[in-house]
Design a protein around this ligand. Structure first.
Ligand code: G16
Length: 544
């Protein structure tokens, strides 16, 4: 078979964001666009000859075509073996799992996570390294640099691989194994959690759950694990069939986008437990009967209850959270006598802490939770963790959360997103905030005194790399915080995120409505950044 060298010219916009390169599908379909990025990746990985790669995606539109292109470029670049998910499907956590189990060199994941899909939707590609985690900035920066000077790519001229057939194929010198994407992941879950005990909970007949797969990747995983292995009702998984356009939905598991699940969970006869996952299966949302658990609280509660779970019974080395995630995790870490690390937004920043054995659990406000079992956040893992806790404690989700607050206090928390803003307007807003920082320390804003005002920068405790400009934060004497950040995952305009947090130690005040408890901070945040005035928006686009 013939290896062709194709001349190309660089695209200037292939800098990976918070989690890989994400663009509109049509952008990816431009001549040589995907090819340039993939060849730039292989150029940076230099020593790929004979090595194993894992490849798959969340099933979104353009997934099958992209896989065939990548396989042919991989073969031309002398990759030894590629493990591809059946039908090209793989959840993000399952890729991380397979990379680690098969000691692969790395993996390529095709996903734009929770962003909508379809011909007019989004597509994305990211590279994971041999620890199973997202490539660190040193690697993504190198790919970007290479993409700006690329002048050719290599591709094998060959027939497509039949991705809907399990088995072993060859593509030039390269071996392609089309494998079941669920088996290894499900086995890992069985090692971590007490499946017998969870099955007993379902056997009681009084415990019911529903899981919304949002027509994205977790449907087949959830059916296999929840319905087949654990014996949950056959109709537990909603929207379980992955569709190229995710059924026209926005597979972001939050109160705004997982509407049908939320409606179900707030009915009078709601199930005991509800959960959802996103496009590529790494995010999770946890609900009890008429009760929402914030991702920040969920992280803290998993940590507080980890001793109930077989895989974590020996204790936690530490907890890590992204900077905008609430400080509920810090409080439980203190109570447990373990360290809590604060990293920039992006799962890649947890990798070194996990590899060094400094952190066991990690979490982010953006509906991501995970542990050292993988190097990605893991939606179904979080659901199983909660199920295992419920199976042991036999209390409702609400009771477990409220008891946690009564011991540790409650960190009221909300994120306000202003989507699709003009890029220059949002940059200017951030720049003007930055200019105010030196004057803010010690100042009273409303009833609260500012003790820290900075633009967050992070020195990795393991490799000492420094990452700057990670969000403007105002910390108040009473532990409240306001954080402003621009999203690194959008594909249209800019998204301003405002994160609001207030600590309430008094249990009598724990049942306030979140937006009411945060009302003064919301006002301060708007006043300081002049959000309404500058953007002309009376309300955020999404409140989570
Ligand atoms: C990605 C990252 C997360 C991050 C989230 C939001 O998640 O992996 O670490 O918290 O984006 O990032 P931003 O605020 O920059 O939009 P996912 O699930 O989209 O891959």
């Amino acid at each position: 078979m013939n290896i062709r060298t194709v001349s190309t010219t660089p695209y200037p916009d292939q800098r990976p964001g918070t989690s890989g390169l994400r663009k509109k599908v049509k952008h990816f379909q431009q001549p040589h666009y995907l090819e340039n990025f993939v060849q730039s990746l292989f150029d940076c990985l230099k020593d790929m000859a004979g090595k194993t790669l894992v490849l798959g995606g969340d099933g979104r539109y353009y997934n099958p075509e992209a896989i065939q292109i990548i396989l042919k470029i991989a073969s031309a670049n002398k990759v030894g073996r590629v493990l591809v998910g059946h039908k090209g499907l793989f959840s993000t956590p399952a890729v991380s799992c397979i990379i680690r189990r098969c000691k692969a060199f790395g993996g390529i994941i095709l996903s734009a996570s929770h962003n909508p899909a379809g011909p007019d939707g989004d597509f994305g590609i990211k590279y994971n390294i041999s620890n199973g985690g997202p490539a660190p900035e040193s690697v993504t920066n190198a790919i970007y640099t290479q993409s700006k000077q690329i002048n050719r790519y290599l591709v094998l001229e060959a027939e497509d691989i039949p991705l809907d057939t399990l088995g072993i194929f060859t593509l030039g010198e390269m071996r392609v194994e089309v494998i079941n994407p669920i088996t290894d992941y499900a086995e890992l879950m069985e090692e971590l959690f007490d499946f017998d005990r969870i099955a007993t909970l379902f056997d009681t007949g009084v415990f019911h759950m529903c899981f919304d797969a949002m027509h994205a990747i977790t449907g087949p995983y959830a059916k296999d694990i929840l319905e087949q292995r654990l014996g949950a009702d056959p109709n537990t998984v909603l929207n379980g069939e992955p569709l190229p356009d995710f059924g026209g939905g926005h597979p972001d598991p939050n109160l705004a986008h997982a509407k049908s699940l939320v409606t179900k969970m707030y009915r009078a006869n709601a199930p005991s437990f509800g959960a959802a996952s996103d496009g590529d299966g790494d995010r999770n949302m946890i609900l009890g009967k008429r009760f929402f658990v914030t991702p920040s609280d969920s992280l803290a509660i998993l940590a507080a209850n980890a001793h109930h779970i077989p895989g974590y019974r020996l204790g936690l080395a530490g907890i890590a959270r992204s900077m905008p995630t609430s400080q509920a995790a810090d409080r439980i870490a203190e109570a447990l006598g373990i360290e809590c690390f604060e990293t920039p937004t992006g799962w890649k920043f947890f990798g070194n802490l996990l590899d060094a054995g400094k952190a066991t659990l990690c979490g982010e406000e953006s509906f991501g939770t995970g542990s050292d079992h993988l190097r990605e956040k893991d939606g179904l893992w979080a659901v199983l963790f909660w199920l295992n806790i419920l199976a042991v404690r036999r209390q409702s989700v609400k009771t477990i959360v409220q008891e946690h607050w009564s011991h540790c206090g409650r960190n009221f928390y909300s994120r306000h997103d202003y989507e699709d803003l003009p890029a220059d307007l949002s940059q200017q807003l951030m720049e003007d905030l930055r200019k105010q920082l030196p004057k803010l320390k010690g100042k009273r804003l409303g009833q609260r005194e500012v003790t820290l005002a900075d633009d967050f920068s992070y020195t990795d405790p393991i490799d000492h790399s420094i990452t700057t400009g990670q969000g403007i934060r105002l910390c108040f004497k009473d532990s409240a915080r306001i954080i402003y950040r621009l999203s690194g995952t959008g594909t249209q305009g800019a998204t301003l995120r405002v994160y609001l947090e207030a600590f309430e130690p008094n249990p009598d005040r724990h049942n306030q409505e979140t937006q009411v408890a945060l009302a003064d901070l919301i006002q301060i945040a708007d006043h300081l950044a002049q959000i309404q005035q500058r953007t002309g928006r009376a309300q955020p686009s999404v409140i989570t």
